[in-house]
Design a protein around this ligand. Structure first.
Ligand code: ZN
Length: 272
């Protein structure tokens, strides 16, 4: 780390660099980190340079992730380098944006489902066709399918701040039924089993891109695909109906929290 001199704000002159172990509680978990800070030898006041503060933030995040059994930023970087993957290549393997990989490596805490996907990718496995339904992931196609659903439903289901609570469930049914009947999903999306139902994996990082996506760039929908979308919209004319149906699906119920729902289960859909 860059050594920077600091002066005591109480006027005692130059501070010295000291390492100490600190215990703290972060997100209800107690953690210990080795902190390098500046300390005044006279009054004992502690201060960090910007660089030191960045390191401390990373240490807190990594200590927390270690405690709750998530991959640490360090582990993600080491795993990625072992496979000689760039951040971009890892992102591609996981169907996420490069910004997500950068954030996890530099201290942002990943969700359980993304941790699962990271572990798979770092084992050299791609999420595979069973996670994407034999189709390449396409954000513009997500937008196209949502627009098509909206045109049959006669209302908007893609909303900025509802965490895709309903839109993701319509999409999930559309992708699953297409996989069951046509052998491939509509959008290539992976879905995680979350407490509030099947959810577009990593939706937090996708939502803005979906809002901005240009559906005219997507491969157009075949008549069969349009018929599936139509059936789903007719079956669930109200948002609450798609929500309730998804919560009855055994293929969602049987997955542990955060796990990817495999497309191979599409034949066991109960409500559609
Ligand atoms: Zn001082």
């Amino acid at each position: 780390m860059e050594e920077m001199q600091m002066s005591c704000p109480n006027g005692h002159g130059e501070m010295s660099i000291q390492e100490s172990e600190k215990e703290m509680t972060f997100r209800d978990v107690s953690i210990k980190i080795e902190v390098e800070q500046h300390v005044c030898p006279v009054c004992g006041i502690e201060a960090s340079t910007v660089d030191q503060a960045v390191v401390i933030q990373k240490q807190i995040s990594d200590a927390y992730r270690k405690a709750v059994h998530l991959l640490t930023g360090k582990e993600i970087i080491e795993g990625r380098k072992k496979l000689k993957l760039s951040q971009e290549a890892l992102a591609k393997r996981m169907n996420v944006g490069i910004a997500s990989v950068k954030r996890w490596e530099s201290g942002m805490i990943q969700s359980k489902s993304m941790d699962h996907a990271l572990r798979l990718a770092l084992k050299g496995q791609t999420p595979g066709d069973n996670c994407t339904g034999n189709r390449e992931f396409s954000i513009s196609r997500i937008k196209l399918v949502l627009k098509q659903l909206e045109s049959v439903l006669g209302k908007s289901i893609l909303k900025k701040n509802d965490k895709m609570l309903f839109a993701a469930k319509y999409l999930w049914y559309a992708d699953m039924v297409a996989h069951r009947e046509l052998g491939e999903s509509l959008t290539g999306s992976a879905y995680a089993a979350l407490p509030y139902g099947p959810q577009l994996n990593n939706y937090r990082d996708l939502i803005d891109d979906i809002m901005k996506a240009d559906e005219s760039k997507a491969k157009s929908l075949s008549p069969e695909e349009k018929r599936i979308i139509h059936r789903i919209a007719m079956r669930f004319p109200k948002e609450q109906m798609v929500y309730d149906a998804a919560h009855k699906e055994p293929i969602w119920k049987k997955q542990p929290n955060g796990a990817i729902i495999p497309y191979s289960d599409s034949s066991e859909l109960a409500e559609m």
